[in-house]
Design a protein around this ligand. Structure first.
Ligand code: URA
Length: 455
């Protein structure tokens, strides 16, 4: 059930003078002072009401970006953003709930097989998702490549999907009512160079996830060139901050740090990624995608009080239990699970320049190429091509021969090939098989994508 936004003292008495001046709050953070709880509550509420202007919030976001916030400030900022809107309440459901949030990466289609896999074990998965911006893809964009599938559901439809009468999992658009302060602020940060900042990312993600009302939350914090966090120490700080915020709000929260130096799986792009997710749900698919799906599912089920072994989870992918849930999820949202996925009319192959071992396939380069081929958007109103993207034929650690295909570029608009190829200029390196880089790439592949776990 969605509750009404908590009205603030200010919004119920518009004639009252405002208790703070935005300029004083900006100056306080500029001068490295701690913001008080009252200042934070007011600035978030006043920004949501339009009393604090975009240019003032931009200045404050930049001051926070440069000077940070301590844990207490971040917790209050998160809470104020939650209180800017309504909250979902799943306590009437007859099953526990668990959700996963990824900080975003290239080829990250994990939600697609993960949600039905977890639901197949009796835990409901409310995946209220967004669209992609920049080089990372959005889950809704991927699913919209399935003919007929609809992202927007009513509150009652969401509850029906999550109940025992439904498939037990739902992937749909997050309504406008959850953390509206974050919606406004995230759009502003995107245009003011203030996205990649731990306090702002942590509060942005956790305000939405706590407002969503899940009982357990597993965070997939990406590290590497294709992620917000390029270094593991930075990613760990983000993960620890989010885990603490979740626990303080009564949500069982854990995090995995996972590698995003190279794309996940063998596809980046909307319909291409759905096809790969279907391979996983059919018991196949690339080893790294299967391993991460199973690792995250095990964490979600354990955090929701239904511990399940990884062998059992792999069995549910192989024997069609997770696929049955997927088909029901798609059908209930007017999608046709049997309809052929669209394919690109134009393709170009990128080949290996030499014999050896592929030591680098850079996630950012591939993500930008997929984006330039039409898979992603530069502005939130832009359309995306379902068919566009990059198909990957070799991953770091693989042996390749000169002239062999490394990538196939897909698009509906061939004039995009040139710019996509430019993005890949330094993205691939092939080394002689006896070079130390080649041995390191093989070792990294064998180590797997999960780098660390924070509980
Ligand atoms: N995803 C979000 O929802 N917010 C951020 O700030 C970054 C990634």
């Amino acid at each position: 059930m969605t509750t009404q936004p908590t009205p603030s003292a200010h919004s119920t008495h518009p004639a009252q003078p405002e208790p703070f001046d935005a300029v004083d709050i900006i100056a306080a953070k500029r001068d490295r002072h701690r913001l008080t709880e009252a200042q934070i509550d007011w600035v978030i509420d006043a920004y949501t009401r339009g009393v604090v202007a975009d240019e003032q919030m931009s200045a404050l976001a930049m001051a926070i970006y440069l000077n940070g916030m301590d844990r207490g400030e971040i917790a209050r900022w998160t809470d104020a953003m939650i209180r800017s809107g309504g909250r979902m309440d799943f306590s009437a459901l007859d099953r526990p709930t668990a959700d996963k949030h990824s900080t975003g990466g290239v080829g990250d289609k994990i939600t697609l097989p993960l949600a039905p896999l977890v639901a197949a074990f009796g835990v409901s998965v409310p995946q209220l998702s967004g669209r992609g911006l920049g080089h990372t893809g959005g889950t809704l964009d991927k699913l919209e490549s399935i003919p007929g599938w609809r992202a927007d559901l009513s509150h009652d439809e969401i509850m029906e999907m999550l109940s025992v009468r439904g498939p037990g999992a739902v992937i749909c658009a997050a309504g406008a009512g959850l953390a509206p302060a974050d919606k406004k602020l995230y759009a502003l940060r995107d245009t003011t160079g203030t996205v990649s900042c731990v306090p702002l990312i942590a509060s942005s993600i956790m305000s939405k996830k706590i407002a969503e009302g899940t009982g357990a939350l597993i965070l997939d914090v990406k590290v590497g060139s294709g992620a917000f966090m390029k270094e593991q120490t930075q990613a760990r700080e983000l993960a620890e901050t989010m885990v603490a915020l979740g626990k303080d709000a009564g949500v069982t929260t854990r995090a995995l740090l996972t590698d995003m130096s190279t794309p996940l799986g063998l596809t980046a792009g909307n319909a291409l990624e759905v096809r790969e997710a279907l391979d996983v749900l059919s018991g196949g698919g690339p080893a790294d995608v299967v391993a991460l799906t199973v690792a995250l599912a095990a964490e979600m089920l354990d955090a929701a009080g239904r511990p399940t072994g990884q062998d059992e989870l792999r069995a549910a992918l192989a024997d069609g239990r997770a696929m049955d849930v997927w088909r029901e999820m798609i059908r209930r949202q007017d999608g046709d699970p049997d309809a052929p996925l669209p394919t690109a009319p134009e393709k170009e192959v990128v080949v290996a320049p030499a014999d050896g071992v592929l030591t680098r396939l850079d996630a950012l380069g591939v993500g930008v190429a997929a984006w330039r081929l039409g898979a992603g958007r530069a502005r939130k109103e832009d359309p995306v091509q379902a068919v566009a993207g990059v198909e990957i034929h070799a991953k770091p650690g693989d042996t390749v021969r000169a002239g062999e295909p490394l990538l196939t570029l897909h698009t509906a608009t061939p004039e995009r090939f040139e710019r996509a190829r430019e993005a890949l200029t330094d993205a691939m390196i092939v080394c002689p098989a006896d070079a130390p880089e080649a041995r390191a790439a093989v070792a990294r592949r064998e180590a797997g994508v999960v780098l660390d776990r924070i509980v």
